[in-house]
Ligand binder design. Structure first.
Ligand code: NAD
Ligand code: IPM
Ligand code: MN
Length: 363
C-alpha cells in the first residue's frame, strides 16, 4: 500500500476534457485527502494542430512512470499524418504498444433503468466481458503498413503464440472471478475468430484449445466472428467472457455497447504487467462536443476500474471502497433515471456528475 498514487491524466479532444474533468471531481469526492494526485499532460489532435506533436515524449514518459493513466478520448477526424491515418489516436496506440497493455477488458452490462434497444426482449440480462487482445493482431501494422506506387496497400495481421496464450489465459482467469453467464450461470469463455478462413485465426483457435485444457472448470466454446455479431444481439445473456483478436475486439465491443444503451455507457481497462490505461471505449464524439451533454458513465466506470486495479496491485482497501462507492452511485443514479440526452435524459454532463458526487459523499 502506498501513501498516495500518481495518476497521469490526459484529457484529449472533443468530449474528452468534458468527461475527464467531471470524473476527476468525482474521484476527489470518493477519495478525499489527496490519496490520488493528478498530473495533467497534453496529447491529441488539438495539441498536434498547435505544436506539430500528437504525443510529446514528456507525456509518454510521465504516463509510463505514473501509478495509472486516465484518458478522456482523443482524435479529430481529418487531422491526419503522412500515411493518411489520424494522429489523435497516437496516444492510445503508442501507449498500448510501448507499455505492452496487452489485455483490453471491456465489461458489457445492461443496468437497471437503461432503456437499451434489447430491453423488453428475452435477452434482458446482459453481463459479460469482451476481452480484446490489445498488443498485436491487425493493429500490429500501425505505422508499418506499406503503399506501393499508390496502387497496392498492405497491413499485416500478426498473431504470436505468446500473445495468444497470455490473452486466452487472462480470459479464463477473468471468467473464474465471475458468476457465469446470466442465462445459465455457467462460467464460459468464448473464442471468437475467423478460423474457418484465415491461418492466423486458426492458430488463435488452436492455442485457445490448448490453454482451455488447463481450465476444466470453465466451459470453452468457439464462435466465428460474423455469426457472433448476430448472437450478441439475439442471445447476449449466453455470454460470460469473449476473447478475441485486436481488430475484432474493437468492432465487437462497440456493437456490444449498443446492446446495453450505447457507447456512452461502455467502460474499458487496458492493462499489462506494469501499467494500466483507463479510458472509455468511445471516442471524442465530435458531433456533440462543446455542448456539455456527453454521457460521463463510461468514463466514470473506467475510473472505478482504475481504482479496482490499483487496489489489487497495492492491497489498498481505501481504493477498493472508493471503487465500490462510485459503482454503487452509478447503479443508483441509473435506476433513478439520471441520464444525458443520448439515453433520453435531460441532464448535462456536469449535472449528472454532481448527482454522482452527492451520492458518493453521502455514503
Ligand atoms: P465516437 O465514439 O466518438 O462516437 C460515436 C457516436 O457515439 C457519436 O454519435 C457520439 O456522439 C456517440 N458517443 C460516443 N461517446 C459518447 C458519450 N460519452 N456520450 C454521448 N454520446 C457518445 O466515434 P467516432 O465518431 O467514430 O470517432 C470520433 C473520433 O474519436 C475520431 O477522431 C476517432 O479516431 C476517435 N476515437 C478515439 C478514441 C480514444 O481516444 N480512445 C476511441 C474511439 C475513437
Ligand atoms: C478503441 C478506439 C481505438 C482503437 C483508437 C482510439 C485507436 O477505437 O479504443 O476502441 O481503434 O482501438
Ligand atoms: Mn474502438
Amino acid at each position: 500500500m502506498k501513501d498516495h498514487y500518481d495518476i497521469a491524466v490526459v484529457h484529449g479532444d472533443g468530449i474528452g476534457p468534458e468527461i475527464c474533468l467531471t470524473t476527476l471531481d468525482l474521484l476527489n469526492a470518493a477519495l478525499p485527502g489527496a490519496v490520488l494526485t493528478f498530473s495533467e499532460y497534453p496529447a491529441g489532435a488539438e495539441h498536434f494542430l498547435k505544436t506539430g506533436e500528437s504525443l510529446p515524449q514528456a507525456t509518454y514518459d510521465a504516463c509510463k512512470a505514473a501509478d495509472a493513466i486516465l484518458h478522456g478520448a482523443a482524435g479529430i477526424p481529418g487531422v491526419v499524418g503522412p500515411d493518411g491515418t489520424e494522429v489523435g489516436v497516437d496516444f492510445t496506440l503508442k501507449l498500448r504498444f510501448g507499455l505492452d497493455l496487452y489485455a483490453n477488458i471491456r465489461p458489457i452490462r445492461l443496468f437497471d433503468g437503461v432503456t437499451g434497444p434489447l430491453r423488453g426482449k428475452q435477452a434482458e440480462k446482459i453481463d459479460y466481458i469482451v476481452l480484446r487482445e490489445n498488443s498485436e493482431g491487425l493493429y500490429a501494422a500501425r505505422g508499418a503498413g506499406s503503399l506501393l506506387r499508390s496502387e497496392v496497400a498492405v497491413d499485416t495481421l500478426v498473431q504470436t503464440r505468446h500473445g495468444i496464450e497470455r490473452i486466452v489465459r487472462k480470459a479464463f482467469e477473468l471468467a473464474r472471478l465471475t458468476d457465469g453467464a446470466p442465462s445459465d450461470g455457467i462460467r464460459r469463455v468464448t473464442c471468437c475468430d475467423k478460423a474457418n478462413v484465415l491461418r492466423s485465426y486458426a492458430f488463435f483457435r488452436a492455442v485457445f484449445d490448448e490453454v482451455a485444457k488447463d481450465y476444466p472448470d470453465i466451459e470453452a466454446e468457439h464462435v466465428i466472428v460474423d455469426a457472433m455479431t448476430m448472437h450478441m444481439v439475439m442471445r447476449p445473456n449466453h455470454y460470460n467472457v469473449v476473447v478475441t483478436e485486436n481488430m475484432f475486439g474493437d468492432i465487437l465491443s462497440d456493437l456490444a455497447a449498443a446492446t446495453i444503451g450505447g457507447l456512452g455507457l461502455a467502460p474499458s481497462a487496458e492493462v499489462g504487467a506494469q501499467n494500466g490505461l483507463f479510458q472509455p471505449s468511445h471516442g471524442s464524439a465530435p458531433d456533440i462536443a462543446g455542448q456539455g451533454i456527453a454521457n460521463p458513465y463510461g468514463m466514470v466506470l473506467s475510473a472505478a476500474a482504475m481504482l479496482d486495479w490499483l487496489a489489487q496491485r497495492h492491497g489498498d482497501a481505501r481504493l477498493l471502497r472508493a471503487a465500490d462507492q462510485i459503482k454503487q452511485a452509478c447503479t443508483q443514479a441509473m435506476q433513478e433515471g439520471c441520464f444525458t440526452p443520448d439515453l433520453g435524459g435531460r441532464l448535462k454532463t456536469t449535472e449528472l456528475a454532481q448527482i454522482l458526487i452527492d451520492k458518493v459523499k453521502a455514503m
